[in-house]
Write a protein that binds this ligand. Structure first.
Ligand code: NAP
Length: 290
């Protein structure tokens, strides 16, 4: 954190659990480096407590906050205004408090798109195959469509998220220039065909996340092709089994670490109007080998 005095502005994280989060480290260090008189704290909030805790932060004049699961959807309902991406996604992970009016944003998708750039790839005007239909997948899907990815083939299982994925697909086809198509993940032939036409494959499910490192959403290495970039939103472990299999098949890969960094950088910019010193934060907290 930077200097603290009577003028210090409050920001923080709401969610359950939150104590393990890297966000306080990253934001307080960034406030210090940029000499911003802000502080970032963690506030444990279960979904049913969110409204009360948001009201308390408003009363205290907090500048803004992040929300993590399970609060992102309820937070969306509590905002007075929404960014186009937050409105489409139906979830808010960053709030800016402008004199008691709450502006809701979703920076997860921005974070992902920045991480693609950071890894050295260009996917605007190209085709993406995206797996998953939860919060991370929807944020990536919406931002990709808004940013100008030409086509997204979305694969998910015929489970609880299917209907929502279907609604999102229809809405994005109507409201953006991106051509979005939804497929059943069980159809491996179609998955292979769509991947063969894609510049990037993204896993946005939690399959392969610790402690289930031995799992991969794709097990068959013939699904990959040499021109394909393979990315995972997971950052624990740093190299998922999916990434390992893709690497063995000759594909460049990257994980979700910089998605996490850049969703925070975007929130920092929204609160302070200043860019986060990402090179410094990266070096201090986001080293690949940890
Ligand atoms: P979520 O809302 O619970 O969504 C999980 C998705 O994975 C759902 O679509 C679920 O399908 C699907 N899924 C789970 N197991 C599956 C399986 N065996 N086969 C096929 N699909 C399966 O979770 P989330 O918030 O999107 O998070 C997903 C992952 O992204 C987590 O690992 C999280 O840590 C990571 N994440 C990373 C960042 C970052 O900054 N890097 C940000 C957000 C999230 P059903 O709906 O059918 O259950």
């Amino acid at each position: 954190m930077g200097r603290m005095n009577g003028y210090t502005k409050l920001t923080g994280l709401l969610g359950h659990p939150v104590a393990h989060s890297i966000s306080p480290l990253m934001h307080n260090e960034a406030f210090k480096i940029t000499n911003k008189n802000y502080v970032y704290l963690c506030f444990d909030a279960k979904e049913e407590e969110l409204e009360q805790k948001v009201e308390a932060l408003k009363q205290l004049g907090a500048r803004g906050w992040n929300c993590t699961m399970p609060d992102k959807i309820r937070m969306y309902e509590l905002c007075d205004f929404l960014s186009p991406a937050a409105e489409l996604i139906g979830a808010v992970n960053t709030v800016v408090n402008e004199e008691g009016k709450l502006y809701g944003y979703n920076t997860d998708g921005v974070g992902y798109m920045m991480s693609v750039q950071e890894a050295g790839f260009q996917i605007i005007g190209k085709k993406m195959t995206l797996i998953g239909a939860g919060g991370a997948a929807m944020a990536i899907l919406v931002q990709a469509a808004l940013d100008g990815v030409k086509e997204v083939s979305l694969f998910c299982r015929h489970g609880k998220s299917w209907n929502h994925a279907q609604e999102m697909t229809q809405r994005l086809n109507k409201e953006t220039n991106c051509k979005v198509r939804l497929f059943d993940l069980a159809n491996k032939e179609l998955l292979k065909k769509e991947i063969s036409e894609s510049a990037i494959l993204t896993n946005a499910t939690n399959v392969g996340m610790a402690p289930n490192e031995d799992q991969s959403i794709i097990e068959d290495p013939t699904m990959f092709h040499a021109q394909l970039v393979v990315s995972d939103v997971i950052y624990n472990p740093r190299e998922t089994k999916l990434m390992k299999l893709a690497k063995e098949a000759g594909c460049p890969t990257f994980n979700g670490l910089y998605m996490l960094l850049y969703q925070g950088a975007e929130a920092f910019r929204l609160w302070t109007g200043t860019d986060m010193p990402v090179a410094h934060i990266k070096e201090k907290y986001f080293r690949e080998k940890e």
